[in-house]
Design a protein. Structure first.
Length: 598
């Protein structure tokens, strides 16, 4: 069964815009690289740049991290059996001065030793591209790592034995689909996959065979995804496979044919799939905290994550139009965040960076790294902590208040980059001010963070640790576009405590505050559960409204003693769409959104 729905989430707040008389916005488009371009054999025998920030695990002259979405490059498992998590990762290795062959490598950090790296695939097969991996829990691959990549226009996979730390042989002979695979491994052993051809496939025999399930967008009459899709269709999952989704920027979105961001997912282990348009190209009012009109498809740099409650968290390069403080319509470069509970886009970067001149952030961009680019998002299991990291221009001093450093050492001029990151401890409602990771006159880029944040006890608090990899580009830019001298850069691993949260209270049965929780599941069909807490005896009312403010249900209207409660809501007779539920308990009021999908 394929469910049908296409919804554009638009901010409820109303904006008034003062457009400048002179409006001349030139739209940029993503460049398509030549992966086999024979660039000049420049200083590739010399490692031009190291950084003291991370630990190197791959040295390569392949200086490009992904087209629309960087694959899942890092995951965590207790490899050495000491009770702590160890990172393992993948990256593409090449040195044109030695061999034109591209190899997808597997690396790990464990046993207190330096990072070890080996080939994840058959070394006799040429030119593997862009690996993506996951730690497998349950099913026939339990305790191993599954990795996928493409070669020769088709997708391939390999299983890494995390005990003996080597690929399991014989290597799988199965190939499927086209390029740029991604996948999610269920706890029952089912492997779900996507790749460039936009076909969702699954394997129930540990990868021996793959069968077609549905094209992305199948069953949704409100979209036309026949062409102009992303080269990568990343697949994300959680809760053992109950929740899965793929998303990206598409050229054609009917009925108005605008570009847009399309989410296509399941909440029932893949039994049924449905679609939601979560962003429309060039439309103001979608970003709740700024006057931005993102060109969602033009570069389409998107990354997402699903927490164990089924909430999808999305981050995206928000390049497009914007209205600055002078009221002028200009090119703007925000870094955007969205989740399926909030249903709105938010700029989590600095406005001062977003409104830097396009003569720098567009014209001098390194490769496809326009503006604030290539974001990656990680979450805690419950989705309360959200960590986002992205590539941003490097400043000589204060971020947004000093000059941007540029590289002019070859025929191409490009700005240097740092990594910016921000964290939320309230499920994405608010974010910290961006922090900077980077060294002066060094391009750190293409950060990719592990799917889950690690929570480490530290007294009465929990340290929230983000594990990520990033690329240090020896010559800013992308040699695949410009044929500039290739030079060896490094993929590096780094971890950091990004925030702290309190440990659980000693007596969770004691309720000390009023609270309204997010409904579960969400999205839902046709029923969902709403939990709430009352700190003292109060008159409690919980009501449901449609987006026009009309009351459609009264769930609770009585006196409640202090305690925790839950109520079920059935929307059997309501139409698909967004609804708001609100609680009033004494002087406490709170509201949240929920999505009904039929």
């Amino acid at each position: 069964m394929i469910k049908k729905l296409s919804v554009l989430f638009v901010a409820l707040a109303l904006f008034s815009f003062a457009f400048a008389q002179d409006r001349n916005i030139v739209t940029e488009k993503m460049m398509v690289p030549d992966a086999n371009l024979q660039v000049k054999q420049g200083p590739s025998t010399i490692l031009e740049k190291l950084t003291a920030i991370g630990e190197t695990f791959i040295i390569t002259d392949y200086d490009y991290g992904g087209n629309n979405s960087i694959p899942k490059m890092i995951a965590l498992a207790d490899i050495d059996g000491d009770g702590t998590l160890n990172p393992f990762f993948t990256a593409m290795e090449r040195d044109l001065a030695v061999n034109t062959n591209r190899r997808v490598m597997f690396g790990y950090s464990a046993f207190g030793a330096p990072i070890d790296v080996f080939n994840a695939f058959d070394p006799t097969v040429a030119n593997y591209g862009w690996g993506t991996l996951q730690y497998c829990v349950g099913g026939p691959l339990d305790g191993n790592a599954l990795i996928m990549a493409h070669s020769g226009g088709t997708s391939r996979h390999s299983v890494i034995d995390l005990t003996n730390l080597e690929p399991i042989t014989p290597l799988p002979a199965t190939t499927f689909g086209t390029n740029f695979p991604d996948f999610y491994y269920h706890t029952d052993g089912t492997i779900w996959t996507t790749n460039t051809d936009a076909m969702i496939r699954k394997s129930t025999d540990a990868g021996v065979t793959f069968t077609d399930v549905a094209m992305i967008g199948a069953g949704d009459p409100n979209v036309n995804l026949a062409g102009g899709g992303p080269s990568e269709n990343p697949l994300y999952g959680a809760a053992g496979g109950q929740f899965m989704a793929t998303l990206g920027g598409w050229v054609t979105m009917t009925p108005d044919t605008n570009d847009g961001v399309y989410w296509y997912g399941t909440t029932d282990f893949g039994a049924s799939w449905f679609g939601i348009t979560i962003g429309e190209d060039g439309v103001y009012g979608q970003v709740a905290n700024g006057n931005y009109a993102p060109f969602f498809e033009n570069f389409g740099q998107v990354n997402a994550n699903i927490d164990e409650n089924g909430v999808t968290h999305v981050v995206m390069n928000g390049y497009g139009e914007g209205i600055n403080t002078a009221g002028d319509t200009v090119v703007a470069f925000p870094l955007l965040y969205w989740n399926s509970d909030l249903g709105q886009w938010y700029n989590i970067g600095l406005d001062a960076v977003a409104f830097e001149p396009s003569t720098i952030l567009a014209d001098l961009r390194p490769g496809n790294g326009i503006g604030q680019a290539y974001p990656s998002v990680s979450v805690s299991d419950d989705g309360q902590v959200v960590f986002v990291i992205w590539t941003a221009p490097e400043y000589s001093g204060a971020v947004g208040g000093s000059t941007i450093n540029t590289f002019t050492g070859t025929s191409t001029t490009a700005f240097y980059t740092d990594l910016h990151w921000a964290v939320s401890t309230d499920a994405g409602v608010t974010f910290s001010a961006p922090q900077v990771i980077g060294e002066q006159m060094t391009s750190e880029t293409y950060a990719n963070v592990a799917r889950r944040l690690e929570l480490v006890p530290n007294g009465s608090m929990l340290d929230v640790v983000a594990h990520f990899v990033f690329f240090v580009d020896a010559i800013p830019g992308t040699s695949l576009f410009t044929a500039d001298d290739n030079a060896l850069g490094t993929w590096q691993y780094f971890s950091a405590v990004v925030t702290q949260i309190p440990t659980s209270v000693e007596n969770p049965g004691v309720v000390n505050s009023f609270n309204l929780e997010q409904n579960y599941p969400n999205p839902f069909n046709p029923s969902t559960t709403i939990k709430y807490s009352v700190a003292e005896r109060s008159n409690v009312a919980i009501k449901v409204y449609d987006m026009l403010g009309k009351e459609v249900a009264s769930l609770v209207n009585t006196v409640k003693d202090a305690g925790s409660y839950e109520v079920d809501f059935s929307a059997q007779n309501l139409a698909s769409g967004m609804y708001v539920y609100s609680i009033t308990a004494g002087n406490f009021t709170s509201s949240k959104k929920m999505m009904l999908l039929k």
